[in-house]
Design a protein. Structure first.
Length: 729
């Protein structure tokens, strides 16, 4: 009965928080409990959830998990208090009725096993009755009351009263109402303040690392309301404190906080009342303030983590869904000066055809030989596009490619090969990985890195899934946030993107397949192994022969696994096999085959989805089916566009206020967007400079990898800061 109540309360609570119906929460929870994935539920169970999208389903999942953890904590608290023989019906009802973890801990605090404190020592010395008399706040003289409690351990009345005040201070600290009132005051009035760390160790560290210390100089005397402190600044403050350059505090104005407590506990302005007032002040300074400071720092950290992870996740989503070049032959260049530029040629499937090194830049300056080398590779391997890493010597290599004679560079002597700058963040991580060594056992890291750059151009999603998202370079403070929460959030984004695009099961790598709904690393490896042994899959039904591919895994994954050129054309689409019968019925009603239905818009327009609604298939699914039949297996990503930096701008010294330049968005934060201008130092478009109107979120205006024309506002060469604007003037 108690479990049923908890589940019902959870459903009601989540529905209210997310502004959805309780039935939607309940059904989503049931599907999740049945091991259905978020992509599967959002794509193929719309009738059950009332058309909830991935974001809402993920929110329900997250809240259910957090409430489950709360229930475990509740059970522990009830058991602990019951073992003490102090669990009354009223107390149990309070505990069961709380769904706020902080409130739950406040209720539990008086019963929580604790170390020996000043208050417990005073109790051991028999001073608890004196504390009770002081709390009555009668007209008696406190010292006269204290004389009754003198003993071998308590030699004078001042010592007795001090012990009694210690007991009162702990009672105030453990009073859940006091903590609740003070917590509400902190939420409204607490300020976060930072100062330059003092002390011998801090001074020695600042002297040893002056440049690192200088990064935090803006925060050596800083204070602002905690509720207004943005996530990126809070994490910067925390990093400064962790590195030993800053000291942080969180508190409201002390006098007002003490007054709030005294209003509750001090009833008389007499000598006994003053003793209670002193105990209350001590309770705040010694017990409550440090406790609430830690609590609010932890709460702000959790909030900042979640916001930062959300920003990182959105950037990652946009990067993974960057436009792909597609299956074309690519020449990839990992540029460099002293060690040369590594060249690799890839075929349409991303397989390595050949690799070389050229030395067109200082100190070798073999430009003429490099030009001939490039022309030969592009011509002999029928290269359609060139991918150039955007690191060291990237701009110089790009200009060399663009200077080649168009008649000599195109496939079979045709038009020039397209040239693309590719973000190479994380390519070195991949090149040194176990996976890269397995893919290219006979090649060194330089070849593997160049291959990764080329494959990123062909299909960013398929290549970037091989790299830890933290190494891709589109987040902020990713090493400062909760790593478990970060991994969960980013894994969810990768899973969402992979399943949105769909996967060709006959060409996909195991790292890509593992993110397909229902598969995971073990089953993904089994798919690749079975494919290697038996050849390409001819149909989706053949997937059932894979060892470990049970009914649940097949149900969850089949709709996202595509088989181009299969006998059944639906196997190349996002139509789930469970819906094949209804498509066959549609085709039969139109006196045609399924293939004809997919290619004939007139026949599809003649269909009325309402005619095919049954217990298993509802209107949302039927509408999705008809949309998929129109463009089966379509790629939701945009088409790729070529881009060129300003040929006259190569370094930060070439920038002047007022210049209008082309740039590419490389990172988006809450406070603005960073843009690559081709000068090896990204500029910042602050959110206030994004439009001639108020912009709440930079994602309203820009997207990752977007091509922009930006105006230079200010250039600080000393601090290497570039301020940009998208405003008209």
């Amino acid at each position: 009965m108690e479990q049923t109540y908890a589940l019902s309360a959870h459903i009601t609570l989540i529905a209210g928080e997310l502004n959805i119906r309780p039935a939607q929460v309940q059904r989503t929870g049931e599907l999740l409990a049945d091991q259905a994935t978020v992509p599967f539920i959002s794509r193929y169970r719309k009738e059950a959830t009332g058309n909830l999208d991935e974001v809402a389903i993920a929110a329900v999942k997250d809240r259910l998990q957090r409430l489950e953890a709360l229930e475990k904590r509740r059970s522990t608290i009830l058991e602990t208090i019951a073992e003490q023989g102090k669990l009354t019906d009223q107390l149990a009802a309070r505990i069961r009725g709380s769904f706020d973890s902080r409130e739950l801990e406040d209720i539990y605090l008086p019963y929580k096993p604790k170390r020996r404190t000043r208050g417990t020592i005073a109790r051991e010395n028999g001073l608890e009755p004196l504390a009770e008399k002081l709390l009555e706040q009668g007209s008696s003289d406190p010292h006269e009351l204290a004389r009754e409690f003198l003993s071998e351990k308590i030699s004078d009345t001042d010592t007795a009263l001090a012990g009694a005040r210690d007991i009162i201070a702990e009672l105030v600290n453990e009073d859940s109402i006091s903590r609740g009132q003070l917590r509400a005051h902190y939420a409204k009035a607490a300020a976060i303040s930072s100062k330059q760390a003092t002390g011998k160790a801090a001074k020695e560290k600042a002297a040893a690392a002056p440049e690192q210390a200088a990064k935090y100089r803006d925060y050596f005397e800083w204070s602002e309301p905690l509720k207004r402190c943005p996530a990126h600044r809070f994490l910067a403050l925390q990093r400064g404190a962790r590195e030993g350059f800053l000291s942080l505090s969180v508190a409201p104005e002390e006098q007002r906080a003490v007054q709030l407590l005294q209003q509750r506990h001090v009833k008389q302005h007499n000598p006994c009342g003053r003793q209670v007032a002193d105990a209350v002040e001590d309770a705040y300074k010694r017990l409550l303030a440090p406790s609430l400071e830690n609590e609010f720092l932890a709460g702000a950290k959790e909030s900042a983590d979640r916001e930062s992870i959300a920003v990182f996740a959105e950037n990652l989503r946009q990067l993974l869904l960057s436009p792909p070049l597609g299956p074309k032959r690519v020449l990839a260049i990992d540029p460099g000066f002293r060690t040369g530029c590594k060249l690799v040629c890839l075929d349409e499937q991303g397989s390595l055809l050949t690799h070389e090194v050229m030395y067109p830049h200082p100190p070798q300056n073999k430009t003429s030989e490099a030009r001939q080398q490039l022309q030969r590779l592009i011509r002999d391997y029928r290269i359609a596009a060139v991918a150039i890493g955007n690191g060291t010597a990237g701009r110089e290599s790009e200009e060399l490619l663009r200077s080649l004679n168009a008649a000599d560079t195109g496939p079979q002597g045709g038009s020039a090969a397209e040239v693309y700058m590719v973000n190479e963040d994380g390519a070195s991580v991949y090149s040194a990985s176990t996976l890269a060594r397995k893919e290219f056992p006979g090649h060194d890291v330089t070849v593997r890195g160049a291959v990764s750059i080329g494959r990123r151009l062909m299909d960013p999603l398929s290549e970037l899934v091989k790299i830890d998202p933290k190494s891709i370079g589109v987040g902020q403070y990713q090493h400062d946030v909760d790593q478990k929460l970060l991994k969960s959030g980013l894994d969810g984004v990768v899973e969402s993107c992979v399943n949105l695009v769909g996967v060709n099961v006959n060409t996909a790598s195991a790292p890509l397949l593992q993110y397909v709904s229902g598969l995971g690393p073990k089953l993904a490896a089994a798919v690749v192994s079975y494919r290697s042994e038996h050849g390409p899959f001819a149909s989706r039904s053949a997937l059932k022969k894979i060892p470990g591919m049970g009914p649940k895994a097949f149900q969850q994954s089949a709709g996202f696994l595509r088989i181009p050129n299969a006998k059944n054309p639906l196997d190349a689409s996002a139509v789930h096999p469970e819906s094949y019968p209804v498509v066959r019925q549609m085709a039969a009603d139109q006196n045609c085959s399924v293939a004809q239905l997919m290619t004939d818009p007139e026949r599809r327009r003649a269909l009325k989805p309402e005619d095919y609604v049954n217990e298993a298939v509802g209107l949302p699914t039927l509408r999705d089916i008809l949309a998929e039949l129109e463009k089966p297996g379509r790629d939701p990503r945009d088409a790729i566009e070529e881009f060129s930096f300003d040929a006259n701008v190569h370094s930060i010294d070439d920038l002047q206020p007022g210049q209008v330049l082309p740039g590419i968005v490389t990172n988006i934060t809450r406070f603005g967007a960073f843009v690559d201008l081709g000068v090896k130092q990204d500029g910042l478009i602050h959110v206030s400079q994004m439009a001639d109107r108020y912009v709440r979120d930079p994602n309203e205006v820009v997207k990752l990898q977007q091509h922009l024309q930006v105006r230079v506002l200010e250039v600080d060469t000393e601090r290497r800061r570039i301020a940009l604007s998208l405003k008209s003037s």
